[in-house]
Design a protein around this ligand. Structure first.
Ligand SMILES: NC(=O)c1ccc[n+]([C@@H]2O[C@H](COP(=O)([O-])OP(=O)(O)OC[C@H]3O[C@@H](n4cnc5c(N)ncnc54)[C@H](O)[C@@H]3O)[C@@H](O)[C@H]2O)c1
Length: 263
């Protein structure tokens, strides 16, 4: 077991990538705090982990509210005695053109998708630094590396997440803390599955755009997080691992030699 006796807290783990990560880390021996705004989701995931023989506690929290972040870190330490792993993963997604987004949408995006990541990191460092050990992983995105049509606030938070990851990594490298980001491409989580059902033509287009010809599964991101928080990544900090089926490896330009994905 790669995470025996470790304690992990994952925000937004009542669904999708966070859920897959909570289950993956628990299967490797970690005690997991499953944090989500959706109480039912958090309760279900924690129960499923326990039913599979793992250790987990559910916590209902809104990471957009700083006192609830303080409380979630306290909760992890009270329940399991320490905190070794923090995975910042929750977001609030708004779609719309940069010129049409409201100030409230912009602020909410930043509060949940960026400020909460920094503040949870700050609170976790207060526990991890005295331990002289800790691993933090932030869920970035390929959308933090380039722009998307209709996702301006999301592009901004994910770029911020990637760079606050680097700042944290360098400042705490000599204190035993590692901080990394995972940058998923298109992953088949509930919100993506829902939008694919609503817009099947976009779903087909997405698959064509990905060099591997398919979208990713949440477990394929959970496996990257597992590596990053495990001792196997002991020399890895300040990086962002892209897991996107090759999406970001392509400039987006058409082939000058007549080729394409099936060439
Ligand atoms: N699915 C993708 O294609 C994809 C691609 C790149 C990055 N990501 C990133 O992965 C992460 C997880 O996304 P997902 O696709 O698994 O979505 P998801 O909706 O399946 O999971 C997100 C969870 O976060 C919770 N949440 C939302 N606001 C919260 C708040 N204020 N406090 C606490 N919990 C809150 C939701 O209730 C939900 O359970 C996000 O950071 C997202 O940007 C996803």
């Amino acid at each position: 077991m790669r995470l025996k006796d470790k304690v992990a807290l994952i925000s937004g783990s009542g669904s999708g990538i966070g859920e897959a990560t909570a289950k993956r880390l628990a299967a490797e021996g970690a005690s997991v705090v499953v944090v989500d705004l959706n109480q039912d989701g958090a309760t279900r995931v924690a129960e499923e982990i326990r039913n599979a023989g793992g250790k987990a506690e559910a916590l209902h929290a809104n990471v957009g509210n700083p006192p609830e972040i303080e409380n979630m870190i306290k909760f992890a330490v009270e329940k399991f005695g320490r905190l070794d792993i923090l995975h910042n993963n929750a977001i609030r997604l708004y779609t719309g053109r940069v010129g049409e987004m409201t100030l409230e949408q912009w602020r909410k995006s930043i509060d949940i998708g960026l400020t909460a990541y920094w503040y949870a990191t700050r609170c976790a460092l207060a526990v991890m630094v005295p331990q002289r050990k800790g691993a933090i992983v932030n869920t970035g995105s390929v959308s933090g590396l380039a722009g998307d049509y209709g996702l301006g606030a999301y592009n901004a938070i994910k770029a911020g997440v990637i760079n606050v990851t680097r700042a944290t990594a360098i400042e705490y490298a000599r204190k035993g803390i590692r901080c990394n980001a995972v940058c998923p491409g298109i992953i088949l989580t509930p919100p993506i599955l829902k939008s694919r059902r609503a817009l099947p033509e976009i779903a087909q287009k997405s698959e064509q755009t990905v060099p591997m010809g398919r979208c990713g599964e949440p477990i394929e991101i959970a496996n990257v997080v597992l590596f990053l928080v495990s001792d196997e990544a002991s020399y890895v900090t300040g990086t962002c691992i892209v897991a996107d089926g090759g999406l970001m490896a392509h400039t987006g330009m058409p082939s000058v030699a007549g080729g394409g994905p099936d060439w």
